[in-house]
Design a protein. Structure first.
Length: 202
């Protein structure tokens, strides 16, 4: 909530703002190139074959049928008294883009105008609360962020990295290297440093 307020107050003129957890890695230059290309296409009305952003206000990893965890032994469990429904509304998991400062302002207004009611509970599941409940209250659209390779650390992260690098090399051979990698969930400092070394020449 503090980040949304800070963005609304200090980044109102930004075309995009990115929220990223501190245990994540992202290829910044390809991301910036794609956003700049989108801005140019949007202004000029041009179309090309590179990934484009669907009309929306928030972008990330879209979840449309996420079940609510009830087991109290699980970290993300939510009791029925806080959210009585079996599933969450559509939301963006983890990493997301806020498109423009007005998006953050609208989210913050939704928080302060009705912080907790029977229809809008203040859930501690941040992504479902902010990009699901608050976004819907503020009439903000949500959509997938295109061109993303998202790696989950339930698998061996280095095996995943090798597969992702192979996919990127193939895309580069085809002139389609408009992808950027997001790695998240419990990356250690040395993991991040290793990723930086892999991509330092980009």
């Amino acid at each position: 909530m503090a980040a949304i307020r800070w963005t609304a107050l200090h980044c109102s003129l930004a075309a995009f703002t990115l929220k990223l957890d501190d245990d994540c890695f992202i290829r910044v230059r390809p991301l910036l190139a794609q956003l700049k290309a989108f801005g140019t296409r949007n202004a000029e009305g041009d179309e090309d074959s590179s990934p484009s952003l669907a009309p929306a206000d928030l972008y990330g990893l879209l979840r449309t049928d996420e079940a609510v965890v009830r087991d109290p032994a699980v970290r993300y469990a939510v009791a029925p008294r806080y959210w009585p429904y079996a599933r969450y509304p559509p939301f963006l998991a983890g990493v997301y883009l806020l498109r423009g400062g007005t998006t953050a302002s609208k989210l913050y207004s939704a928080i302060v105008s009705e912080p907790t009611t029977d229809t809008l509970p203040a859930l501690f599941i941040e992504d479902a609360y902010v990009t699901g409940l608050l976004a819907a209250k503020a009439s903000l659209g949500i959509a997938d962020l295109p061109g993303v390779v998202t790696l989950f650390t339930e698998e061996d992260k280095w095996e995943q990295l090798e597969r992702a690098m192979a996919a990127l090399e193939a895309a580069d051979d085809n002139g389609e290297k408009e992808q950027y990698l997001i790695f998240y969930e419990s990356l250690e400092e040395e993991d991040l440093r290793r990723f930086w070394r892999v991509f330092e020449d980009e």
